[in-house]
Structures are given as structure tokens and as C-alpha cells.
Write a protein of this length. Structure first.
Lengths: 324, 382, 324, 382
């Protein structure tokens, strides 16, 4: 056990896997000499050498395509996007090569695409996006989003060992703002199993990624008012652990879905739709969603904070559900 | 505003193969293996076109007639462990490598034929074990250049003396992937050989509207790589140029871009009437049909008996007929299989008993707030 | 009035707008000399010349980026994707330039991105996709999908005159399989207003694009059994006419959402989520969805037909809802 | 495996500006306008860095110190109606074109300053009417090259004698957009001038890991366009090279790629300690600071009185101080405005009364069925 930040846990997972498996290689911009824009691979070049820590030119589609191909012939590449926003430049290789190769040919593509997502650090429209819904809608991709340091490590280890393309989405606000005890031993958090962050019987709050922290705070506040809310952290959107949230909703009869990505056609819609179809008889209130407003992420703090989900917004929605 | 295709000035490519059999390292068997692959592809595609016209093929059909020399010539140089990827016009390369015509036709028929099992057109194939055909993304043009760089990267990282050969068309040199993939391969001096078949058109688009240069090879300086431009319908010209490129790449000196001028004898697909192709060009290239040229060379220069070639032609015809009956007799994949093989089994797939969600509280939630200085610093790391 | 196929209606809209507005230009692969892969711009080069009908190299990101820029300085480019699948190659320019420019600078980007979507013609994984959800989730883009020839014309005219980037998605099966009377006069179908394809009081079937035809067939069959189903054709996902389907659901108390794109995180989830939140009190049954299975679109007809929504599948779902 | 940055062989760029004032077409006023813009940018960025260290700026800060000559030299050649786009290091080009420092700083402060009104970083600006700065996508590197081709296309279609000048960095020459945009511009001979500032690094990545060529201009043959490589810290060298490129493009001969060797004096952003930059390189370029070189030339060769320059420096300092008070005093945008201006009003936006859905039945639904021959034919059209 050691106290690790969310960011250190990611580094730790990468280091652990690179030590145990020679086939794991890293590709990305400025990950070698510089150790990555956020310093996640600091020191990796010295330990693993230039063959396994590959600094790339600014060519997301090029090195993603190369990584996917290398993955089909025995390597396990982990690709870093300096900011996840630039995954848009590699979109075709991801949704059309990585996602479809195994289905078409039975040839597996064990590759991980990771990078910082999310707002709250005033980085503006091009360094704050949350792209999970695009990929969760694309058959053949796994999508995971850790909200804690422990999960950051365990899910990344699972992602690297997985034989399929995995989109591993990190939250850059949590990088240095969240810290907890993390085992330095090797362990795995399987993809497709949700976690309960609080247990409760009055309301189910279903979330993932950084928004989980807001939900936990809300649950704590409500607790003081004698309301017990169950916060479910999906951790993985594909595969999706729907049993867990359906069970919870059947128990609480009230469901609130929360995420940082903008609302419309966000993944929260899928969760809400599943609940509306499969737990309908148990619902005592509408299924509600809290998410970012449907605009690009603005730079100016008051604007950015206005679009992001917040403890207040979630609390208000929770109250509406409870009073329903 | 766009400049229209300039009146074609036709190159002075010969109508016959000049190579002297005596200078070549091939015995009759090797010469005939190449002929067989070219002929088999030609016969197969003639049948495929007929089946398409009879409405027996689902969707569209694309043929590589006229490009058999580039495909077979380049493929003939592949060594054990090498990988290659093909585009729409390289059927003869598959056949040279031993792919079974009946399996290909079965895929065109949408039957339950591995490895695609009905999921992909007969036009595409990936099968590393049996033929060294690497998996590639056949949708977006040039997406296979980054892939090629990746296969070559794998060879280099393993210190394996192999190369990846990527066939590509002239139109496929325009997408950013062509540039990014080749740039990456060049920077890392990867053993990637691009065989670019300039068959005069990308669908209906002539090269003059596709690129501001006369030859694809003119772009090599941008990558500081080895490049050549050669006549693609002369089998031995192809082999010589491709060999130089492959040796360059195999020796660790980085990628090679070998361009072959050839011609797409049919439409982009069989639905295409080719109204945009002038009779002049068509005639020029018909006089230089690679299969005819090679046949004449075999008979006139290599002294192969026409009867021997005729028998090969008959074998090809028979193989294609057998392919049709095989493809017809094979069942369609069962609809229930359609959701299978989407994800590869993995060591940590949650077992049924693991599927229960665990309770793992978050002690100190981290929540963005406007005025936290530390946060601003962290925000700075990009 | 003239009988036009869906495809002819698209050509007619393009021709009408190019005649009335010099600033409308076309860019795409093989659209000039060849008249387009599906012949939608046949004869346009002769009528409008090379300056307005621009054959491009195979460079989706390049000509999309160029079109967006030209749009900011007075042109109204209409970009054709030979198959919509290749829009993945221009993804960054669309979601990051086109979608965000006006929000950032107040500089409008009147550009239309159009191309053939959908399956049913055995074109395999790379020529059959339905990408609407990716774009409906991206703030700043409008997304429309005509299901009839009349709408194909009226919506395209509206899209071309709109001052924002519009993703105009055509269904390639309908191109030559649907034909109806279409006015050869100039007219507009405003974006953001749904259409009722059948009126009914027992069940609301909400759909868009080619799937609407299946729903209408289902409604006809149900009618013979004395069930009256209301088929709502959204026509536009962004802007979304939610009043229309909410009103309908409040009337029928039963909602079925249908689209051809694969189910998970498809736009149907958004529609279901809105219903589950805003019409909850009126629902007598779960909100159900019928969509393609979550796999790439396979080539072989029996497989392709197995994943696509069908009259049978929709009928079964409708019956379950009605018997609920 | 990747080749590491080769030991820098330093070029033999002079430490002083060689041009003879007598040969130049500039009067003192013009010379001083360029000096003022360079100085103002330098002073502004020094202040911005200080504010960042004091935690007064949200997020990250990027500076263009050391590249003022390329920005101002190129921008000084723009004519009425021309457009240009800038990257992270071209603040001095904005100032030369008349952009107000206080407006820029207000944006850095996230205040309610048009046109971005708090939505975008102070680093970026698009304002066609006032400054000819065209809107571009500042996220993905090189995305502005296709944009530049589009602005140039607009000029060409209108027969307007204007050019679009796109500043770009060395790293931004690697993405596919650089290739696709330039390829399109070259095919159509569009008036696009790319001014590539090779400042030795892309974030921490040296050119040797970014491209397999020594100079970006070495890639010009791939596009068959005009190109030059020149020293970027000598204002008049920049102007001469940029002028040749601009004249080439303006005269309808197609795009030009003008490469300037210069140096990013600060980190990629102010959070970057530049551990990867050798003292050797740093010293070489510090001795060639473009502003110092120009100052000395003005005093020693153009006989401008140092006092005059000192007054300009004071004016710059005052403008920057005023900018701070202006930026501080300006209000933040109101949170309620955050959802405004997402979509531009359009002629056919449904009016409230039109919002009612219409009843429009579909008479004969069209439904895919397996065995319809016509369908297969139609399927063929690709
Ligand atoms: C990115 C992308 N855009 C468009 C297409 C549609 N398309 C398929 S083949 C083709 C022409 C390819 O021409 P070329 O590379 O010369 O190959 P050839 O067909 O001549 O063998 C086009 C435009 C595609 N497959 N990918
Ligand atoms: C497609 C893409 N990938 C990665 C980044 C992250 N990034 C921002 S600036 C930069 C380096 C740019 O280097 P260069 O083009 O030389 O410009 P300079 O910063 O040196 O002026 C990188 C990698 C990006 N903006 N876009
Ligand atoms: Mg071609
Ligand atoms: Mg640079």
C-alpha cells in the first residue's frame, strides 16, 4: 500500500505491465524524453528504452494505425493522446480498423488508447472534451473510465491484458487532485463490473468518471438530511454492468444519471433508456439526467462552471426526484 | 477552375517484354507458376463479372484485370515471414501465394467461408498464418499505410529480417494516412515497401486531379526514401524494380516507394461504364495487356510450348468452375452467428461470480472549484 | 408536380439552390465528370462549370476543412461523401472546426455535409454505416435525415440556406426504391419539425430515416388488427422536435423508438430518455427500442438482414407494448 | 530504435542584420512600426508570464518570444483583403495588424471580450473585418492548412487578387491535414502561403523525430510548389523570402511554402522547464535574438536615435500596464450567456406556429428485401 495520486496510479499500472510483459510498448507524443505532457511516463524511457517508449510525430492517425497493426502481430501497444480531444484525428483508424478487425477476420487487436479527458481546469474547447459516447456507440470497442486511483491502476492493467481495443479515459482534473492508498502489488479490476460508492435505499445515482465524486458529495449531503442515496460508478461503459444499476433502481425506485459529457445523446441517455425499458414497473419517478450543457467547453471559469454538472445541480435534481 | 485532365501524352512503353530468358534466374516451373496465377485471376474475374451481370453476386464487384503483372511480380518476391496487404486489384497476388479460388468465390457469394464467414466482401482477405496477408482496414483509402508501418515496426522491434509490402492505388496516395504512415515509417527507417499501382484512375478521377505531381515517386523526397517509377505491365520490369525496393527495405535502410504505371481495364466496379476513359488510352493499354505480353514472351522467348500454356488455361477454367459449384453448395452463415466473435476472449473477463458490484467508498471526493491555485498549476501541464 | 425518386429529389434540390444562389458550390470525389458515385450530380458540371462542381482528391479532411473555411467567407459549400462511412476521415474538421467556430467567434459556417448512409444493399462493414449519433451528440451541428423524396428536397434546400453546419444523411436504399410526387417548384421543409406518417391513439412509434418505412408498414398491419399506431418521423435530430413525440406519447401512453443505427448509445436512447423523464406520468408501459444489433454491418444477406430492424422485429415489440 | 536527436550542428546564421538601409524601400515610420509591434509583443509576453507565475491566469500560457521577426516580417506584407491565420507564437503579427493588447489580455483573463466573449483562450483570435484574421480550428495541429486552402479557394473563385497566409510550426507539418490541405491547394493552384516557423521543437520533440527530412522545404517537391528556407530572426531576410512566396501565390502560380529557422525561447508553455533544450542551442539563438538584432540594426545602420526606441519601449510598457487594468476591470461573461450563440439564426428556422408536426403519409413504403434484383443493381453504384 502506498498513497498514490490518480496520475501516479496510471504510471504504476503502465510500469507494472511493461515489466511483466515485453510485448507492451508505448506510443505517443513527447512521452519519451519529456515523460509526457502530464508526466505519466516520466522515467520510462530510461527504464524501458527507445524501442518500447516511442516518441511519435504529430500524426494521431498514423501512429494509431501503426499501433493497431502491431497489435495484430503480437504486441500490446498503449497509445497516449496528449489530450483526448485529438482522438478525433485518429477516429477512422479506431472505429473502422480497431473496432472491426476481430469481427471481420477473427484477428484480435489488443491495443489501449488512453488520454486525459474532461474540464474544470480552464483549458478551453480543445482540451476539455469527453468523447466516450462516440466510442460506446461503436461496436467492437471497450470503453472504461476510472474515477479513483485504485480503479485507474486496476482497470488499466485489465485493459492492457485485454485482447480487444480499449478506450481508457482518464480525467485530468483527478490526475493530481485525487489521492488514496493503492496497492503496489499487481491487481486487476475487471472491465464490466460497476462499483458502489455509497449504499442507499432512497435513490440510485448512476455515474462514471470524475462526476462520481460530485455524486458522492451529494449523497453525503443528503445523508445528513436522512436520505440514503446509492451512488453507482459504472467504471466501464462497454461492457456495461446493467444488472447492478437495474438492481439498485428496482430497490430505490428512483434513478438519476450523471456525467460530465454534454447531455444530448450522451451515454446517460443509454442508461436512462435501459432503466425505462427494463425497470419500468419499479419506477416511482421519472428517470432524470444531469450532464454538461450542450455547448463546446468554454474557457472562462464562470462559463465553464456554468456548463459542468455540479453538486448543486445534482442535489436539485435529486430533491426533485425524492419529492416526486 | 480545376484543371481538367490534360490530353494524355502516352508514355513509350514497349508492347513486348524485353528481358532475355537467359539472364533470368527462373526455371520453367517458376515462370509457369507466375503465368498460372495471372491466368487464374483473369479467368476468375471474367467469371465473376458474368455472375455479377446475372445478378448472382450481392452488392458490387471490382476487378483487377490488366494489373496482374504488378501483383504477381511483387508478390513473387515475398519471403518467409514477410507480410503484405492488398487492395481491390490484387487477386492474382493472392493466387500466387496459394489462396484457393473457391474460397474467394464463396466469400463473394456471402457464404460461411473462413476467416470472414460472410462478414466481409470477397474482395478482401486477411490471413496471416496461411498466406502472410495482414489484416487491414479496407474502407478508407490509405488507411493501410499506417498499418503497413505498424507491421514493419513489429519486424524492426523483433529484429526480424522481414518486410511488409503494401499494395496501393494512385488515388490512395492523397489521404493524410498515406503521408502520416510513410512519414512514421521513414523516421524510424521501417521495412515498409509500398507498391503503388498507378492505373490511371481513382474511380473516375485522373491522376492530374489527384496529385500536383507527374509521378507518385516524385513525392519520395518529402520522406527522404527510396523510390522508383516503372512500367507495370512487363512482369520482369516489375520484378526488378520491386526487388530493389524490397532489398532496400530489408537491409534496414527504410521504406521504399515503387510506382508502377499500369491500367485498370474494367470500370472502377462492374457497374461503371467508364464513359470517362478515352478510346486512345484504352487501346494503348490493351496493346500492352500484361497477360498477353507474358504469354508471347513465354512462347517466343522462353520457348514454352503453347500447348502447355493452353493446359494451364484449362486448369484455371476448371478451378473456376469448381469454385462456382463449391460456392453455390456452401451454406450461408447461420443468422444466429451474427453476434459472435465481436470481442476476443480475455484473461480478465468477469466471471459470472465476479459480476457482483463491489462496495468501494470514495473517502475524499475531488471536486473542481474555481479558485484553487494548485489546480491552475496542474492545468498548466500541456 | 413530378414523380421523383428520393435520389432525383436530392439532385433537384441541389440544382434548384445552385441556380438561385451563386455562392452554393459542390465539393466531392467524382462528382464532376462522373456525376457522383450514385449519379446525384449528373450533368451538374456542364450546367455549373468546374468552379462550382469541384472534383476533389481523396482527402476528406482536406476538402471538408477547405469547405468550412470557404463557408466562413461567403460561400455555401455542399460536400458529398461518396459513402458516409468516410466521414470518419474528416471527423476532426467537422466536430472541432465546423461545430465550434460560431460559438467561439460568432463567425457562421454555412456548410452541408451529405452522403449515403445505411444498409440493406449488401455493401459490407465500410459502406453501410449510420453515423448520426456521433454528430447529434456534438453541440453546434444540425443533423437531418429525410425518409421521403419530398423531405429529401425540402430539407436539403433548408440545409443549404441554413447558416450552420448541417449533416444531411441520405439513405442509399431509398435512392432508387422510393418514388413519389414532388413539386418541382422551390419549397422548404424546416429543420426541427417532425412529421406524422400515420395517426393513431394506441401506440407511438418514433423513428427517422429509412426505418420510418418499416414502421409505416407495421402500423398498416396493426391497423388491420384494429390497433391504431402513430408513426412519428423525426426528420431532424438536431434541432429535435420533442414536443411532437411527447404530445403523441401523452396521448397513446406507449412509446416504441426505432432506427437503423445500432442500438447502444444510438439516438433512440436520447428519445427514450426524454420520454422517460418528461412523459413519465403518462406511460402505461416501458419505453422500448428496436434498432440494429451492436455489430459492424456484415456483408452476407442473411447476416445483414439478421442485424437490421425489420417489420417482424418492430411488430413483435409493438405487440409486447400493446399487451403490456 | 527511434533515432535520437542528432547532435545539433548549428547553422552559420549571422548575429546581425546585414541589409543596407539604403537598399530598403522603408521610411523610418515603417521601420519603427515593425519595431513597435515586436517590442510590444515581447513586453506583453513578459508580463503574461509574470501573471501566470502569480497564478493570475487560468490554465496554461504559451509565448512566442524569439519569433517576432518571422511574425512581423511576414505580416507586414499582407495587403488589403488578404487573410491570415496564426498559431501560438504570432502575437507580434496581431499587434502589427493593430490588435489591441488590452483586448488580448482581457481574453487571457477570461473576461467578456469580443469576439470570443470568454469562450476561447487569449491565445487565439479570429476577426476578419478588423484585422483579416480568418477563423481557424486551433485544436488539432495543421487543421488550419485545409482552412487556408479554403480561404484561398474563395479568393480564386472570386477572381480576387488576394492571398491567405497561414503561419504554422514545424510539428504541425506532420499531420495528414498538412498534406491534404497543401495537396488540394497545389492541384488547384490556390493562393496559399504557408509560413512555417521551425523553432527547433514541437513541445519537446526535435525536428529529427518529427520528420525524415532536414528542412520542411525539402517536402515541396511532393506538392510541386514554390519553397524556400531562410533564417527567421533577421527581419529583412524574412521579409524578402516571404515576399517572394507571396508574390508567387498572388500571381496565380499556386501555393508557396516559406520556412524560417528560428527558436522558441521559452518552454512549450510556461509550465515547461525545457530540460530537453541544450545550453548550446539556447546560447546560439540568444545571440541571435530577433528583437536585439533589429534594435542594433536600427541604431547602428538606420541611424535611429536610441532615445526614440526607448520611448517606443516605454509606450509598450504603458500599453501593457493599461491592458492589465483594463482586463482586470472588465467583467466576466455572465453565466447565463453560456448557451447563447451556438447556432446562427437562419431564414427557415421554424417559427413557433410552424412547429406543429404535419401529417404526411407515406403511400408505398420502401423496404429492403433479400432477393430484389433491382436492388442488387442499385447496390452496384459504388
Ligand atoms: C477515404 C476514402 N474516400 C473515398 C473512398 C471511395 N473509394 C473507394 S475506391 C476509390 C478510388 C481508389 O482509387 P485508387 O487508389 O487509384 O485505386 P484503384 O481503384 O484505381 O485501384 C474511392 C474514391 C474510400 N474508399 N476511402
Ligand atoms: C493533432 C494534435 N496533436 C497534438 C496536439 C498537442 N500539441 C499542441 S502544440 C504541439 C506542438 C506543436 O509544435 P509546432 O507545430 O512545432 O509549434 P510550436 O509549438 O513549436 O510553435 C502539440 C503536440 C495538438 N494540438 N494537435
Ligand atoms: Mg487507381
Ligand atoms: Mg515548433
Amino acid at each position: 500500500m502506498a498513497q498514490m495520486t490518480y496520475l501516479q496510479a496510471i504510471s504504476d499500472a503502465l510500469r507494472t505491465e511493461m515489466r511483466r510483459d515485453q510485448s507492451v510498448i508505448l506510443l505517443g507524443e513527447d512521452i519519451g524524453v519529456f515523460g509526457g505532457a502530464f508526466k505519466i511516463t516520466q522515467g520510462f524511457l530510461d527504464e524501458f528504452g527507445e524501442d518500447r517508449v516511442i516518441d511519435t510525430p504529430i500524426s494521431e492517425s498514423g501512429f494509431v494505425g501503426a499501433a493497431c497493426a502491431a497489435a495484430t502481430v503480437g504486441f500490446r501497444p498503449v497509445v497516449e493522446f496528449q489530450f483526448i480531444d485529438f482522438i478525433a484525428c485518429a477516429f477512422d483508424q479506431i472505429v473502422n480498423y480497431a473496432a472491426k478487425c476481430y469481427y471481420r477476420w477473427g484477428i484480435a487487436v489488443p491495443v489501449v488508447f488512453r488520454g486525459p479527458t474532461g474540464g474544470g481546469i480552464h483549458a478551453g474547447p480543445y482540451h476539455s472534451q469527453n468523447p466516450e459516447a462516440w466510442f460506446a456507440h461503436t461496436p467492437g470497442l471497450k470503453v472504461v473510465l476510472p474515477s479513483t486511483a485504485r480503479d485507474a491502476k486496476g482497470l488499466l492493467v485489465a485493459a492492457i491484458r485485454d485482447n480487444n481495443p480499449v478506450i481508457y479515459l482518464e480525467n485530468k482534473f483527478l490526475y493530481r487532485h485525487y489521492r488514496e492508498d493503492v496497492s503496489d502489488a499487481e491487481y486487476v479490476v475487471p472491465m464490466g463490473v460497476a462499483a458502489l460508492r455509497t449504499e442507499g435505499s432512497d435513490l440510485s445515482i448512476i455515474s462514471y468518471g470524475a462526476a462520481v465524486h460530485l455524486c458522492v458529495e451529494v449523497a453525503r449531503n443528503l445523508e445528513r438530511e436522512g436520505v440514503s442515496a446509492e451512488v453507482i460508478d459504472l467504471r466501464s461503459l462497454a461492457p456495461l454492468d446493467k444488472d447492478t444499476f437495474l438492481e439498485s433502481v428496482k430497490k430505490t425506485s428512483r434513478a438519476l444519471v450523471v456525467h460530465e459529457a454534454n447531455l444530448t445523446a450522451g451515454f446517460g441517455a443509454e442508461v436512462a433508456a435501459i432503466i425505462a425499458e427494463e425497470a419500468f414497473d419499479y419506477l416511482d419517478a421519472p428517470v432524470m439526467r444531469v450532464a454538461s450543457l450542450d455547448v463546446p467547453v468554454p474557457f472562462s471559469p464562470p462559463l465553464e462552471m456554468a456548463i459542468l454538472p455540479s453538486v448543486d445541480k445534482i442535489t436539485r435534481a435529486a430533491r426533485r426526484l425524492l419529492d416526486y | 477552375m480545376t484543371q481538367t485532365a490534360p490530353l494524355v501524352e502516352l508514355p513509350d512503353f514497349p508492347e513486348e517484354i524485353k528481358a532475355d530468358p537467359g539472364d533470368l534466374p527462373y526455371n520453367d516451373e517458376q515462370l509457369l507458376r507466375m503465368y498460372s496465377a495471372m491466368r487464374l485471376a483473369r479467368t476468375f474475374e471474367e467469371k465473376l463479372a458474368a455472375l455479377y451481370r446475372q445478378g448472382k453476386i450481392f452488392g458490387a464487384v471490382y476487378l483487377g484485370m490488366g494489373q496482374e503483372a504488378t501483383s504477381v511480380g511483387a508478390a513473387s518476391l515475398l519471403e518467409k515471414g514477410d507480410l503484405f496487404t492488398t487492395v481491390a486489384r490484387n487477386l492474382s497476388a493472392w493466387f500466387y501465394r496459394g489462396v484457393e479460388p473457391k474460397h474467394v468465390l464463396a466469400r463473394w457469394f456471402g457464404k460461411d467461408q473462413p476467416p470472414s464467414r460472410g462478414r466481409e466482401l470477397g474482395l478482401f482477405l486477411a490471413d496471416i498464418e496461411n498466406y502472410g496477408i495482414a489484416p487491414y482496414h479496407n474502407g478508407s483509402m490509405a488507411s493501410w499505410i499506417p498499418s503497413g508501418a505498424g507491421f514493419a515496426l513489429a519486424f524492426k522491434l523483433r529484429g526480424q529480417p522481414n518486410i511488409c509490402l503494401a499494395f496501393t492505388g494512385d488515388g490512395a496516395t492523397s489521404p493524410g494516412d498515406f503521408y502520416e504512415g510513410l512519414n512514421f515509417a521513414a523516421i524510424h527507417k521501417l521495412p515498409l515497401v509500398i507498391v503503388c499501382e498507378v492505373n490511371q484512375f481513382a474511380y473516375s478521377t485522373p491522376c492530374a486531379k489527384q496529385m500536383p505531381v507527374k509521378n507518385v515517386a516524385d513525392r519520395a523526397p518529402a520522406f527522404n526514401i527510396y523510390a522508383e517509377t516503372a512500367f507495370g505491365n512487363d512482369l520482369f520490369t516489375v520484378i526488378e524494380a520491386a526487388r530493389r525496393g524490397i532489398e532496400h527495405a530489408r537491409s534496414g535502410r527504410g521504406p521504399a516507394l515503387i510506382e508502377f504505371k499500369t491500367f485498370r481495364q474494367r470500370g472502377h466496379g462492374e457497374h461503371d461504364d467508364c464513359g470517362y476513359v478515352s478510346a486512345e488510352i484504352r487501346q494503348f493499354w490493351e496493346a500492352r495487356d500484361p497477360l498477353k505480353m507474358y504469354w508471347r514472351w513465354l512462347v517466343e522467348r522462353a520457348k514454352i510450348l503453347p500447348g502447355l500454356l493452353a493446359r494451364i488455361d484449362q486448369v484455371a477454367a476448371r478451378q473456376v468452375d469448381e469454385a462456382v459449384s463449391y460456392a453455390e453448395s456452401l451454406p450461408f452463415p447461420r443468422p444466429e452467428t451474427v453476434t459472435e466473435r465481436l470481442f476476443a476472449p480475455s484473461p480478465h473477463d468477469p466471471k459470472p461470480d465476479e459480476k457482483r458490484a463491489v462496495y468501494e467508498p470514495i473517502e475524499r471526493p475531488a471536486i473542481p472549484s474555481l479558485m484553487d491555485a494548485k489546480e491552475r498549476q496542474d492545468g498548466g501541464h500541456f
